[in-house]
Design a protein around this ligand. Structure first.
Ligand SMILES: [Zn+2]
Length: 355
């Protein structure tokens, strides 16, 4: 009985040990394609994909997920910047809601003496260019490539995250270009109503560009709202992968998963909403210029404004508010978490260099 028990233990320990040995032995797989490189010298290249054997050997000694302080510094800076940029997303809506935007002066290109130009008069505020640009910048930074790391099965999420965020930007830009074209044609019409000798030289150019866009350029359609919403949600879903990598390299895995799970869940809900609204379900009163992205910063600002003034908040707006504030708090928590990790890494490096 005792002997068989000892036998079982030695079998288990044997298993554990042999399970460990492949990592220690000369077993070497190509980092890029998984080809067995055991029989190849360091100076050779992988016969399948051309990756250098020495590089695969170097990467094989690294842990699959290095600690935050040992990760690629450029990637760390980008993750940090991306998270903080997403935190700043509701800023412009709040500034608009509370009337602060109209007290921020901006330099005017054309000088009209009677109107001081403020932030509220610019394209950043009226048409939400700001949200679109910031969203895409943040997500592209989060999806950036991490250098000096073993490749993983989920590396494609970075590439697709960038592609989807550019598609979101493109879909969002179409209505803005459409409005700009209308404005250009309008200005040209005013110029053309002047006597010929007073007409500015740019009149012809305005007519040509404005009319060309209206005739040939993409025009806003209901379906583009749904597609944009879907793409922006997919982008966030894909960005959860690098975010998880960043969080678990600097803290407990379980907390990282718990923090990102609601973000991923909300994006799945958003994708379902987008799919549902296509086809026979396109609502009649859909506002094309209401910039639907994964983050609904407009409703957030509206609800905060109503709560601050003590006005009655309708139930649907309150529901939106709780969802949006939850998302924002998660993004803020991620940004603070990564900032603390980055600060700790910086302190450690400083202490190490001082010794
Ligand atoms: Zn290879």
């Amino acid at each position: 009985m005792l002997l068989s028990f000892l036998g079982a233990i030695s079998k288990i320990s044997n298993f554990v040990m042999t399970n460990h040995t492949p990592e220690m032995s000369a077993d070497l797989l190509c980092d890029r394609c998984g080809y067995d490189l055991r029989a190849h010298p360091d100076s050779a290249k992988c016969p399948e994909c051309g990756q250098s054997v020495a590089e695969s050997r170097r990467l094989a000694t690294m842990p699959r997920r290095p600690a935050w302080r040992e990760s690629d510094p450029r990637w760390r800076r980008r993750m940090l910047a991306g998270a903080w940029i997403l935190v700043l997303l509701p800023l412009m809506d709040l500034m608009e809601k509370f009337g602060w935007a109209s007290s921020v002066p901006v330099p005017a290109i054309f000088h009209f003496p009677e109107s001081g130009c403020t932030l509220a008069d610019t394209f950043l505020c009226g048409v939400p260019v700001y949200q679109l640009l910031l969203f895409c910048m943040g997500v592209v930074l989060l999806s950036s490539k991490e250098r000096g790391r073993r490749s993983s099965k989920l590396d494609w999420t970075g590439r697709w995250g960038i592609i989807c965020s550019y598609l979101t930007l493109l879909l969002g830009a179409a209505p803005i270009f459409f409005i700009s074209a209308l404005v250009l044609v309008g200005i040209a019409a005013v110029f053309m109503s002047m006597p010929l000798k007073y007409q500015p030289g740019v009149t012809k150019f305005f007519v040509a560009v404005g009319a060309a866009y209206l005739r040939y350029g993409p025009q806003p359609k209901n379906i583009s709202v749904a597609v944009r919403l879907a793409f922006s949600s997919v982008t966030i879903l894909l960005a959860c992968v690098p975010l998880y990598d960043a969080l678990r390299s600097s803290g407990p895995k379980r907390f990282a998963a718990a923090l990102l799970a609601p973000l991923a869940l909300f994006s799945l809900i958003r994708i379902a909403q987008a799919v549902y609204s296509v086809g026979p379900f396109i609502p009649n009163g859909v506002n094309l210029y209401h910039y639907e992205l994964y983050f609904r910063t407009g409703s957030l600002a509206e609800a905060i404004g109503a709560l601050a003034t003590g006005a009655h908040v309708p139930g649907s707006l309150l529901g939106d508010f709780f969802v949006e504030i939850a998302k924002w708090c998660i993004v803020l928590a991620i940004a603070v978490w990564l900032s603390i990790a980055q600060f700790a890494a910086w302190r450690r490096r400083k202490n190490a260099s001082a010794e």
